[in-house]
Design a protein. Sequence first.
Length: 268
Amino acid sequence: MSKSNGLPGVVPIGLRLAGLWLCASLSCLPTLAQASPVTFLGVDVGLGETTRLASHPKADAARDAFVSYLLPGTAVETFETTPPTVPPVFSDRSIALGFAGMDAVLQGRGLVMDSAAPSTDNPVNGIPSGVYPISGQRAWLSSDDFVVSFGLPQVAFGFYGVDIGDFDGQLVLDLVHEDGSITQLQASSGVRTAGGSVQYFGVLSLDRPFTAVRFGNTAPVGYDGFVFDDLTIGTRAQLAQVPEPGTLVLALPMLLVAVTTLRRQRRR
């Protein structure tokens, strides 16, 4: 039992101050070196089913934070080279995604929309629905579950989502790891929002790469459609340099010096 001034259960002040010093000295280290998965989420609340947001700074900030851990030129799928679904009817599809140098397939029920405005141009039912792409004219629209599979294990995955949460439907992701195990993540705010909202969600799983990502919609099938655009993936080789957990070992000698110094000062 630790003692200080004869009081049981109290950690010596030198050790407590040294612990605070260590935390402060390591505050610049990304949590990526210590925990996985790490998630990024930014949500800009929509203005209604008929209005496209002119900007989405919170979502963009989440994207910037996510991609800052990836090397420049990491693959992004914008769906602009994917043929739109004609007629625009939900059905089971298998789409080869255009990640440069990477085999990836999207499989599930949905369609590739080709409309820039959340108006009566909505491809599904002709009524305003708050769905629109982020870049260009095209994006993936689904009101059901679907999966994106990769030819090589990934450690990074991010995307924009539009019109998520306006009918209480939320987004969940399953990361399917190389050993078949699954990590489930909530990938939306969990709060009901107005139509036309924009979010960005990114995940880094450095410790456990994954070979597929399953998208789940908590609303009943066909009840609430979500749009997905600008998908980004990254392998371990495409990570920007980040401190490794071993960096903590380098700090231990400094910690011992700090403890010794504080003890000497306390004796004086």
